[in-house]
Write a protein that binds this ligand. Structure first.
Ligand SMILES: [Zn+2]
Length: 530
């Protein structure tokens, strides 16, 4: 995470005690204005609205999608925020932002009120996936993660949209083989709807077909599980763009409906991407997909070549063009063929370079900082926040750095101080942008508020199921594991069988899977679909 790049902005820190003393000097574009005003009017957190657009469209307008946006991969969605198809909105981005803000607000249940972003989890799930709560949860997690990690990326208009990062540090969860999955690489098994696949194969499995979703990760997953999907499509796997996470939906031994005449012989893999936009095709997704394809080929004895690993566009009798021209076949095949232990990774793709030769370390052009992140070219004008562009260190590379000139104090005192929020008996010095809060920070309920490089940051620990509290003298306050509660109500990882339904607890969530036969596998997996 490029945490120190983030720039103080009063607009982006609303809801914290000191926000109204931080001057916003970065000029706001028309999209940013629309996000701010629509969010305010609808009572939706601004960052949540921007993160929704990021997760749905990567800030692009899906008005000129390829022909594959026909509803077989993912449900049709309209506009910058991926509104449900059929939503009556003028063809105007401002109207779309406003409609999305009002829709999100209307989807919040009365018992979900609260200040933290996580109190919007239910509304986000319903926004994305209607009544498919498991797919909706994926969408909510993606939006909340984007709001916490921060996003800085150009929209289709060229305007750069920004979400400040909130996270102090992340925590990696250990992977375990998911019940029902064919591969250890799978993060979860969510079975596709009955009727979208059938049991068994009518011929030997000898092909892998590469698809793009032409919509979001959760959108494709919920579509394959939806009675509303008239094509009754599915795929064996869906892979997420941001981090390569894999969801399995159909067992490889069963026939998924994704490639017509080749369904019986092929394993289908959907990649989260709108194929006209190269920003979706991340390094993380390529690597995760390549490991999965290698694993499939090894287990089924499929030759690793372009006759056996093909795009949907290459399947006879199909009228699709995915994965499209931005899918780098040479690079992908080199990853599939290369060593799976990662000891000598092949060079990155040379044919498609959305970053114009720039790497993560980036380059300074005057006060303009440009760098490459997740395959997308990013840029920011450091001068807009009174900073200069320069070399920070070997980890971050070039970055926005404090300039030589001291930041002038605010011209006017903040219009409204909130006395109950004020912890300090002494008024803080006027030139302290964090108003006396230091790196150790303070806890306000589950909100962690701290100062990092003269920028006030906040993070709602409840979003990751944690609480705010004192860690140690080095870190100060931080998000900590919640006191032992049992979110799974007695269900365990080893799980149990209820008839042929497998019920178990993973990542503090109760999971279920419909098995053909549920029973005890071994002491490390416990009960499983057998
Ligand atoms: Zn396809």
């Amino acid at each position: 995470m490029r945490a120190l790049l983030l720039i103080a902005s009063g607009v982006l820190l609303t809801g914290t005690a000191c926000s109204n003393t931080v001057e916003t000097t970065e000029p706001e574009g028309p999209l940013a204005t629309a996000f701010r005003e629509s969010a305010q009017q609808a009572g939706v957190p601004r960052d949540l609205l921007v993160a929704t657009a990021w997760v749905q469209t990567r800030f692009q307008r899906p008005t000129e999608q390829e022909q594959d946006a026909d509803g077989e991969h993912a449900p049709a969605r309209v506009g910058l925020l991926g509104l449900p198809a059929g939503t009556e909105v003028a063809d105007d981005p401002i109207a779309h932002i406003d409609a999305a803000a009002r829709l999100l607000a209307s989807l919040r249940a009365p018992d979900e009120k609260g200040d933290g972003l996580s109190s919007w989890r239910g509304a986000l799930a319903r926004y994305a996936a209607g009544d498919d709560l498991e797919a909706g949860e994926l969408f909510a997690n993606a939006v909340l993660s984007a709001a916490q990690d921060g996003v800085r990326a150009p929209a289709y208009t060229g305007e750069v949209l920004v979400i400040e990062g909130r996270g102090k540090r992340g925590s990696a969860k250990a992977q375990a083989l998911v019940a029902g999955a064919d591969s250890e690489l799978v993060a979860r098994y969510l079975p596709a709807r009955s009727g979208h696949w059938h049991s068994g194969r009518s011929r030997a499995v000898d092909r892998v077909v590469i698809h793009t979703t032409e919509g979001s990760y959760d959108g494709a997953i919920s579509w394959f599980r939806s009675a509303e999907n008239p094509y009754q499509t599915s795929a064996h796997y869906v892979i997420r763009s941001s981090d390569g996470e894999i969801t399995q939906m159909v067992r490889e031994a069963d026939t998924a409906y994704h490639a017509r005449d080749w369904n019986s012989r092929a394993v289908g893999i959907e990649h989260e991407a709108i194929s006209s936009n190269p920003a979706w095709f991340t390094e993380a997704m390529y690597r995760s997909s390549a490991r999965l394809v290698r694993d499939i080929c090894d287990r089924w004895g499929i030759p690793i070549d372009r006759q056996h690993i093909v795009g949907h566009v290459e399947v006879p009798g199909n009228d699709h063009s995915d994965p499209g021209r931005h899918w780098d076949w040479d690079y992908f095949m080199s990853l599939v063929q290369g060593p799976v232990d990662g000891s000598s990774p092949p060079p990155p793709p040379s044919t498609v370079d959305a970053c114009d030769g720039l790497d993560y370390f980036g380059a300074c052009d005057g006060a303009q900082l440009r760098w490459c992140e997740n395959g997308a070219l990013r840029s920011v004008d450091c001068g807009a926040s009174g900073q200069v562009c320069g070399w920070q260190d070997d980890t971050v590379g070039n970055n926005c750095l404090a300039g030589d000139e001291p930041t002038p104090p605010p011209q006017e005192p903040p219009p409204q101080q909130d006395p109950p929020e004020q912890q300090d008996p002494e008024p803080p010095p006027a030139d302290d942008p964090c108003q006396g809060i230091d790196y150790a920070g303070v806890c306000d309920g589950t909100d962690l508020v701290w100062c990092d490089a003269e920028v006030l940051r906040s993070y709602d620990c409840a979003v990751t199921g944690q609480v705010c509290g004192w860690q140690d003298d080095d870190v100060g306050n931080n998000c900590l594991a919640a006191p032992p509660e049992d979110p799974c109500n007695g269900e365990t990882w080893l799980g149990r069988c209820d008839g042929d339904t497998l019920i178990w607890c993973a990542d503090d969530t109760v999971r279920t899977a419909q098995c053909e036969s549920c029973g005890w596998q071994d002491d490390s997996i416990g009960n499983n679909c057998l």
